[in-house]
Ligand binder design. Structure first.
Ligand code: NAD
Length: 456
């Protein structure tokens, strides 16, 4: 059985469904493969119309979906509403993609004729998704895969099962074209073992196993994994604005975004004023209103325990909590937004993703050292830089190892019409989102057309 519970009220069972097992996943893939030819044959106009209808149905149920996101994964209501809006926009954006050119025409090297390239769908796209963006991530994978003519089998995280099932129900595509298989590792592995093209988002360990399994079969794979994201604050920054951005990036949705900030690097004289302003901003979020409106609970009890154990061990090893540091005494998996200083270099809070509203504050003598500290991780997804100086921003954009560099903006935040992925171990394979992902979900072939009777 697959179950998912409300993280703000753990007695509230959101959904309970039978797990299909590996055999059920294989059957879903076969059904999708049978449906794919008809889906592709609908043509650009037919697929575009279907994706446009899906957007409209989701938009018409925005309030219901917002409530479901809040209930199933504990997202604050404003962020949940924003996710539903973004989901609608992503369906609309990719509804235009079937009309985009699918290749190029070239001159033959000699004589008459045409050389052209053409992109064709692979067949069945196998999508494996996490729980933290329970509508947006399934959508930003499924909509482009469908737009270019693949059928989709999607395995959501167990914690987000109800959201995925409702999304597919509302999209209401032809039978077999978009199938949700609830489940956990067994079902995910079966999907990776059988689909024709694979897109994964989730933790680094699982992502690496998915990449190994897919490349072992010789099928295309992309994987978006965990981030250990840094923010660099220079002395010339607007410290009040930087503190507000960092508080949002650390504590917004309880830090459960792959782009959340977990390492704050304060350069030179920025340290003292930033420490004070950020501690104040994070402490304010721990109050009863903001903790639900801004932060929310972490996803489950093991996540909360991992966070409190790590904070306690850091404090035991000499760290000081400038803000927070404790579980909040109320129903649900709530923890205070936390800022720690003097965390020892080898402590896991400096080297691993914790996926909670916790950050470490680190000093750096100058920009050079700050960039070195920010780059000292294998999980470089998003780094923010806070400064009024253009040279600093340009140096950071050039020299930071990160999939996204964001100047005077929180590290969290993604634009769906631009390519998205991490650097180094945070991402594998082609970029997601934007137009880039349309190439990923199609194979390119080269076609030679010569007049009949041409001697060659
Ligand atoms: P997770 O790795 O535990 O699970 C992700 C998905 O993989 C789930 O659907 C899960 O059931 C499935 N899975 C588990 N074992 C599997 C296996 N052996 N084979 C195939 N599938 C398997 O991650 P999560 O807890 O759901 O999500 C949180 C993680 O996702 C964080 O690390 C976060 O940084 C990451 N994330 C990354 C991005 C990004 O774009 N880089 C975006 C959102 C979340």
């Amino acid at each position: 059985m697959i179950t998912s519970y409300n993280p703000a009220d753990p007695a509230d069972l959101v959904v309970e469904v039978e797990s299909p097992g590996a055999a059920g996943v294989t059957a879903a893939i076969e059904k999708a493969r049978a449906a794919q030819a008809g889906w592709r044959a609908l043509g650009a106009a037919g697929r575009s119309a279907a994706l446009t209808r899906a957007a409209a149905a989701i938009e018409a149920h925005a309030d219901e979906l917002t409530e479901l996101i809040v209930r199933e994964v504990g997202k604050p209501v404003a962020e949940a509403r924003g996710e539903v809006g973004r989901t609608v926009s992503i369906w609309r954006y990719y509804a235009q993609a079937p009309f985009a050119p699918s290749g190029e025409v070239h001159e033959p090297a000699a004589g008459e004729g045409l050389l052209l390239t053409r992109r064709r769908p692979y067949g069945v796209a196998g999508l494996v998704t996490p729980w933290n963006f329970p509508l947006a991530i399934p959508t930003w994978k499924a909509a482009p895969a469908l737009a270019v003519g693949n059928a989709v089998v999607l395995k959501p995280a167990p914690e987000a099962t109800a959201c995925a099932l409702r999304l597919a129900e509302l999209a209401d595509l032809p039978e077999g074209v978009l199938t949700i298989v609830p489940g956990g590792a067994e079902e995910g592995a079966a999907l990776v073992a059988g689909a024709d093209v694979i897109s994964f988002t989730g933790s680094t360990g699982v992502g690496r196993a998915v990449v190994a399994a897919a490349t072992g079969r010789g099928v295309p794979v992309q994987a978006e994994m965990g981030g250990l994201n840094a923010a660099i604050v220079l002395p010339d920054a607007d410290i009040a604005q930087a503190a507000a951005h960092l508080a949002a990036a650390i504590a917004g949705y309880a830090g459960q975004k792959c782009t959340a900030t977990s390492r704050v690097i304060a350069v030179g004289d920025a340290y003292e004023p930033l420490a004070a302003a950020l501690a104040e901003a994070l402490t304010a979020i721990a109050a009863p209103g903001p903790i639900t409106e801004v932060c929310g609970p972490v996803i489950n009890e093991p996540a909360l325990e991992r966070l409190t154990t790590a904070i306690d061990s850091a404090v035991g090893a000499g760290a000081t909590a400038l803000a927070g540091g404790h579980r909040i005494d109320r129903d649900g998996w709530f923890i205070e937004p936390t800022l720690l200083e003097q965390v020892p270099a080898e402590h896991p809070l400096r080297t691993e993703e914790f996926f909670g509203p916790v950050a470490v504050l680190l000093p750096a003598a100058d920009l050079e050292e700050a960039i070195a500290v920010a780059n000292d991780t294998a999980q470089s997804l998003s780094t923010s830089v806070h400064s009024r100086d253009l040279d600093t921003a340009l140096a950071a954009a050039d020299r930071l190892d990160a999939g996204m560099v964001r100047v005077n903006a929180p590290s969290s935040g993604v634009d769906f019409h631009l390519p998205f992925s991490g650097a180094k171990g945070a991402g594998y394979g082609a970029r997601e989102q934007g137009q880039a992902v349309l190439d990923f979900f199609t194979a390119q072939r080269t076609v030679t057309l010569l007049p009949a009777g041409t001697a060659r």
